[in-house]
Design a protein around this ligand. Structure first.
Ligand code: NAD
Length: 491
């Protein structure tokens, strides 16, 4: 920001402006549990308001509330998922009865549970677990901690999990869960109590042969270890060691698998490599942009570096940064680890706004944050050849139409980010058999499964003359349809 005007307002001291803010004046106070500062001025993130405010949650960094509101509006993902299902069903005339089954979730659990906070007060939180379908095996799907988690979002994500496991041909069904909260509002001790109390509330609605959670947005191996420990603690001593596969994505020391942490990003990069080979495109020197620099985004970015590709822009919840000369993803990952998990402020890149991020000239875009990021508007300004969907549901149907019209290739989410659940399956198998597989073995098995799924999708796209997203759904739903036809409907 070049021009910084400061005004002396009675009772308020002007402070030095950071480069992200055009400061006029500020007010400083405490609002509830959050420390907040209100600025009158233009925030470089939202650039739409003349009064902005940033907050510093308990364990977080200062950030702009309006910016977050703008990019994390309530999702209509469930509507989109059902719309997409209807389109696929129309495209190849699936059995109507089976589509009727697949258009609904099987079980939905909503739990409200009390947790004591560090200051002695009790907070009642709301958690969800939705089990969409288990025709192919136990329910499987991540747990998300996010303020916008609600029943519809979880329904949508559970449905996508059913498509994903069917598509890549692993013996699991689809589920998803989460707690509606902003993790930065809680201390680590509070988060542990929340996780354990939620696990207890879920009770036998999860289980190693029934429904197996895994990490998703804002959850990680540590949280999986708490779930495992809580679940085991409710078992009899003889059952305890037989349920280590109740969650996947655990730390190695607690029964996790080699390669699980990077698995989703690794799957994304295997598929980008395959796309590049098929299109005679050289990844060396190719430019890519990444939205979301958490588990999926940071691993995908770091693995792309091995191909000599150049990361030029990154956006996360704190804002976006750009360096056309290239950002070293390993260096950025180190920075993020030491700076409350966010990219903003990284000294070797310049801050940019949301629109500039989306219009950055590159070859590949890896969305790896939340749903509904590629809208009709952002799809119009994207300046890439390929979108490799690391996130679940990052593209709205209207955005999809624009990508198709502009001939931008898409590796759709249920295929592109399936690496996570594939290696979760390996972890589950290793736990059941008391085995430990080497990372090379995991990587080569993952590659084989994900590339053969890609080939099935490509073949379906050619056979039915449809786009890759519809083709991926056709492959997944065909498998489910076959299973229902063979087994019939009870009674
Ligand atoms: P994460 O919590 O590790 O990282 C999420 C990232 O998104 C963070 O960098 C965060 O700052 C960023 N973000 C959040 N809100 C944003 C916003 N409004 N604008 C821009 N960036 C924002 O989560 P993750 O596990 O990496 O998951 C990311 C996506 O990948 C989700 O859609 C998830 O469902 C999907 N996914 C994850 C896995 C897995 O194994 N973790 C597997 C398959 C799919």
């Amino acid at each position: 920001m070049n021009e910084i005007r400061k005004e002396n307002v009675k009772g308020l001291k002007p402070i030095a402006a950071t480069k992200d803010w055009k400061l006029l004046y500020f007010q400083h106070g405490r609002a509830g549990l959050e420390e907040s500062i209100s600025y009158k001025g233009l925030c470089s993130h939202c650039e739409i308001r003349d009064i902005c405010s940033i907050v510093k949650p308990k364990t977080g960094i200062w950030r702009c509330k309006y910016y977050q509101a703008k990019t994390t509006q309530k999702s209509n993902l469930y509507e989109n998922v059902i719309k997409q299902l209807d389109q696929t069903v129309d495209a190849i005339h699936f059995d109507k009865d089976i589509c009727e089954i697949l258009a609904r979730t099987m079980n939905e659990l909503v739990v409200h549970f009390p947790v004591r906070m560090d200051d002695g007060r009790v907070k009642v939180l709301t958690g969800y677990r939705v089990q969409h379908n288990n025709a192919l095996g136990p329910f499987k799907g991540g747990l998300r901690f996010h303020p916008l988690v609600d029943i519809d979002e979880v329904r949508a994500l559970a449905t996508l999990m059913t498509w994903k496991t069917a598509l890549v041909n692993i013996p699991f069904g689809g589920a998803k869960g989460g707690i509606q909260l902003d993790p930065t509002d809680f201390t680590p001790e509070e988060l542990e109590r929340i996780t354990r109390r939620f696990t207890f509330a879920l009770g036998n609605n999860i289980g190693p042969e029934y429904d197996i959670p895994a990490p998703d947005v804002n959850t990680n191996p540590k949280i999986m270890a708490w779930i495992l420990d809580t679940y085991m603690s409710t078992m009899t001593p003889t059952e305890r060691n037989r349920c280590i596969h109740v969650v996947t994505g655990k730390p190695l020391e607690a029964g996790g698998s080699q390669g699980r942490n990077k698995a989703t990003g690794q799957g994304v990069v295997f598929l980008i490599e395959k796309w590049a080979r098929d299109h005679g495109f050289n990844l060396k020197g190719a430019r890519y942009i990444v939205q979301g620099f958490g588990n999926v985004g940071s691993w995908a970015a770091r693995l792309m570096k091995h191909h000599g590709a150049r990361l030029v822009a990154v956006e996360d919840v704190s804002g976006a940064i750009c360096n056309t000369e290239g950002i070293d993803p390993d260096d950025l990952a180190e920075y993020v680890k030491e700076h409350a998990g966010v990219v903003l402020g990284y000294p070797k890149a310049d801050p940019i706004n949301h629109e500039t991020f989306f219009s950055t000239r590159a070859d590949i875009f890896i969305p790896a944050a939340l749903e509904n990021q590629i809208t009709a508007d952002t799809a119009e300004i994207l300046n890439v050849r390929l979108v490799a969907e690391g996130a679940n549901g990052p593209t709205e149907p209207e955005g999809d139409k624009v990508l198709q019209r502009r001939n931008i290739d898409v590796i759709p989410d249920i295929l592109c980010n399936a690496g996570g659940v594939i290696v979760s399956y390996f972890e589950w198998l290793q736990n059941k058999r008391s085995e430990f597989w080497e990372e090379e073995e995991i990587d080569s098995k993952l590659k084989k499964i994900i590339i053969s799924a890609y080939e099935r999708v490509l073949a379906a796209a050619e056979k039915y003359k449809v786009d890759m997203r519809t083709a991926a759904q056709i492959v997944a739903i065909s498998r489910l349809e076959m299973v229902y036809k063979e087994r019939g409907i009870f009674p």
